[in-house]
Ligand binder design. Structure first.
Ligand SMILES: *Cc1c(COP(=O)(O)O)cnc(C)c1O
Length: 234
């Protein structure tokens, strides 16, 4: 995409985030925009870096590693896609946050690789809040138990929850799910589990991030709205 359009899109999203915060009586500084750059060229990322945008989300391990290696600035990489245990080792010390942890088994592998590399992995638990068959993520009623189990891993720090809401024509249809996840987020925070900090609620994508912010998102993941449509047939 042309430089001009990229920057315009980013500004447009930033404005909408501000407006949504205002409607909800929230401070815009509470919401972090992760620019989802999957399947988009590094040149687009380099262009946005010049505006100060430093948070980028990727879905595929290989692509994240390639971009990590070649990018000109030390930006913050977020792993937002489904993560296989055998690939954890490639990204555990390259990412600031892994959004897509949906089993104790996966967390155990993250623990092992983080310990090896001498880092503490920051993670979110991915919740399948709308209970869609096609989506990854743990069921809402299993999250607390999972958080308690993972809290014992010394090199893994749970920072909050993440969800991908259903794809809907009208984002209002997802408001109930965002509200539900926010409630779960608050409930788990209230439990004061050792080594669990509930300070990041990652929800909202291009189609529904404004509603997600109104319902308490602290992190939104916007791809298409910044970089344009992805071509999956390439
Ligand atoms: C692709 C993706 C996004 C961004 O989606 P857009 O609709 O392009 O904004 C956000 N979160 C996850 C988990 C994704 O896979």
């Amino acid at each position: 995409m042309s430089e001009e359009n990229l920057k315009k899109n980013l500004e447009n999203v930033q404005e909408k985030i501000k407006a949504a915060c205002q409607r909800a009586g929230r401070d815009a500084a509470e919401v972090t925009l992760v620019a989802v750059s999957k399947m988009k060229p590094l040149a687009d990322i380099e262009e946005l870096i010049t505006t100060g945008q430093m948070e980028y989300g990727e879905n595929y391990v290989q692509e994240l590693c390639d971009k990590y290696e070649h990018v000109s600035q030390p930006v913050h990489w977020h792993m937002i896609g489904h993560l296989q245990t055998n690939k954890v080792k490639y990204i555990v010390d390259k990412t600031v946050l892994i959004h897509s942890v949906d089993s104790v088994h996966l967390a155990k592998q993250i623990e092992k690789e983080a310990a090896k590399k001498g880092v503490t992995a920051q993670i979110l638990l991915q919740v399948n809040i709308a209970q869609e068959d096609t989506k990854f993520g743990v069921d809402g009623d299993e999250v607390i138990k999972m958080a308690e189990e993972i809290s014992h891993f010394p090199h893994v720090h749970i920072r909050g929850l993440m969800t991908s809401a259903p794809y809907v024509a009208d984002p209002e249809e997802n408001r109930c799910y965002f509200r539900k996840l926010h409630k779960l987020f608050v409930d788990i925070g209230d439990k004061n589990i050792d080594n669990v900090t509930m300070d990041i609620l990652s929800m909202g994508m291009t189609n529904d991030y404004e509603v997600a912010i109104e319902e308490g998102a602290t992190m939104v993941r916007v791809g298409t709205g910044i970089f344009g449509e992805r071509n999956y047939n390439k």
